[in-house]
Design a protein around this ligand. Structure first.
Ligand SMILES: NC(=O)C1=CN([C@@H]2O[C@H](COP(=O)(O)OP(=O)(O)OC[C@H]3O[C@@H](n4cnc5c(N)ncnc54)[C@H](OP(=O)(O)O)[C@@H]3O)[C@@H](O)[C@H]2O)C=CC1
Ligand SMILES: O=C([O-])CC(=O)C(=O)O
Length: 467
């Protein structure tokens, strides 16, 4: 079948390779904008095993596939052609590649003479999401693929890490991603082995973690998840892009991030973050409600410390309409006795209502955290992130992941903002959170290359969701 400009193709049920039951369900032209460029997609109804077989077959036949914006291809003639099925440039070696559905297919973009859009696209960014069949990922993946996080000129490849248990669910996620017709989404790769799935990733969003079961000791949870993050740190070290940015969400996220960092010596320690942006957003919401202002009039909110109930939401340095928050909200008792515990325990309060932990708002906060690193921080403002403490300007013990005020030039890097005011109220609470993280680190010493692991965790501290 010839390619004809903007014609819509329909090749329903055409059998491509009968013994493998591979079918073109359709091939169609999709028009974006004013039909400036045309993407022809071939959907293949096939089980994973069949796809793998076809991929092997096409690799043997030397079929190439690339969907990177930098390698836009001419349309492939359908009539009499070999099935256009091949693994994309997933960052994996040919032997390791597995890709999902339509994203296994040459996603051949045809630039028409008047089309400039894809020419303005940036080089593709490869993003790993673990726990990709989980609740947070179910919100996040669609934000990533739509362009709202990395930008509307930023093509993206998604590498999804799951387990054998979640394999079918992940394929379901992949099908939903297909059906969204996101032009910027160039690849979806699904796998269960971090060494395969982490290859060449530019961002690693580590969400998957084992939840605490009833009766499980906190030290056991730390150990169980710590092992996951030690393995993933090793995989990042082995195969990720050397400047990969790592955002750990799975709890206990600060210590998990430290474990991943310590197992990935090839990657700069500065590139590891633990998500405390949800806590910052929760704090901003409470301050805005109390002050009766829109949320975006609240700025300069820091979460100090651990993503746990010892976290310290800082009202002292916060600003509302550019003024100190304490000048706008003069009820100091409310700030200390209501605002602070409300933010610290917001996760648990939500679980009591919802019956599960925050997923949509966590996904939004992950998007916010990434945007804060890829766009310049507004002058005078900052954002919170759990970052590596060595050399920090606040005297926090070295070698922890501790939430602090950061700002970025938008290049993926950041600096810790110095010189915030720390009064005795803040100091005392910051120390408590630091002590908790020191105890968690000691407990996980066996996973970070230190001797003498010893668990003596403060009893009164929990994850936000454990109330
Ligand atoms: N930092 C923060 O602000 C927040 C952190 N969180 C944390 O994020 C994490 C994910 O939450 P959510 O998406 O709601 O959880 P879900 O239970 O919906 O999904 C978590 C995923 O983690 C994976 N998982 C479960 N057990 C293990 C294991 N033993 N080893 C490896 N992976 C495992 C599962 O993937 P699979 O089936 O593929 O194995 C599952 O799909 C949790 O740890 C939660 O506490 C939540 C909210 C806020
Ligand atoms: O404890 C949890 O799983 C949920 C959590 O981190 C939060 O809501 O902040």
């Amino acid at each position: 079948m010839a390619y004809i400009g903007k014609t819509i193709f329909n090749i329903d049920g055409t059998t491509i390779h009968s013994n493998l039951s591979i079918h073109f369900n359709f091939a169609r032209s999709a028009f974006f904008g004013r039909g400036k460029w045309v993407a022809r997609r071939l959907r293949i109804a096939a089980h994973k095993e069949e796809l793998v077989l076809v991929q092997k077959k096409n690799r043997q036949a030397g079929v190439q596939c690339s969907v990177a914006a930098s390698a836009i291809q001419e349309p492939v003639a359908a009539a009499g052609a070999q099935p256009v099925v091949a693994a994309p440039s997933s960052g994996m070696t040919p032997e390791e590649r597995e890709c999902f559905g339509v994203f296994c297919v040459t996603y051949d973009l045809k630039e028409t003479d008047d089309d400039q859009r894809s020419k303005t696209w940036k080089k593709m960014v490869r993003v790993l999401v673990s726990g990709a069949a989980g609740m947070i990922a179910n919100h996040l993946l669609f934000k990533l693929a739509s362009g709202e996080v990395f930008g509307h000129d930023q093509p993206i490849a998604l590498n999804l890490l799951g387990s054998e248990k979640s394999r079918d669910a992940l394929e379901g996620v992949g099908m939903e991603l297909e059906d969204c017709l996101f032009p910027l989404l160039r690849e979806v790769n699904i796998g269960t082995d971090p060494i395969e799935v982490f290859r060449d990733v530019d961002w690693a969003l580590l969400i998957g973690a084992k939840p605490r079961d009833a009766g499980m000791e906190r030290a056991d949870l730390l150990d169980l998840n710590g092992k996951i993050f030690a393995e993933q740190g090793k995989a990042l070290n082995a195969v990720a892009s050397p400047d990969v940015k790592v955002l750990v969400v799975g709890n206990p996220c600060n210590t998990n991030a430290l474990i991943a960092l310590k197992n990935a010596p090839r990657i700069p320690s500065k590139n590891f973050h633990a998500l405390t942006r949800l806590d910052e957003n929760r704090a901003k919401c409470q301050l805005a409600l109390k002050a009766g202002v829109f949320y975006d009039n609240v700025s300069n909110v820091t979460i100090w410390g651990n993503h746990s109930t010892t976290q310290v939401p800082d009202f002292l340095n916060a600003r509302i309409n550019g003024k100190p928050a304490t000048d706008v909200i003069t009820d100091h008792k409310w700030l200390e006795e209501e605002f602070t515990p409300r933010v610290q325990t917001r996760g648990g309060a939500l679980i009591q209502k919802w019956g599960r932990s925050s997923a949509a708002s966590t996904a939004v906060s992950i998007a916010d955290a990434i945007k804060s690193l890829v766009t310049p921080t507004p002058e005078g403002d900052w954002f919170s992130s759990g970052v590596f403490t060595t050399g920090n300007p606040y005297g926090i013990a070295d070698e922890l992941i501790f939430s602090m005020p950061c700002r970025s030039k938008g290049d993926g890097d950041y600096e810790i903002v110095p010189d915030l005011q720390i009064d005795s109220y803040l100091y005392e609470r910051i120390k408590k959170s630091e002590n908790e993280l020191l105890a968690e680190r000691k407990c996980m010493a066996h996973l970070i290359g230190d001797d003498n692991a010893y668990c003596d965790l403060p009893e009164d501290t929990t994850l936000p969701g454990e109330q």
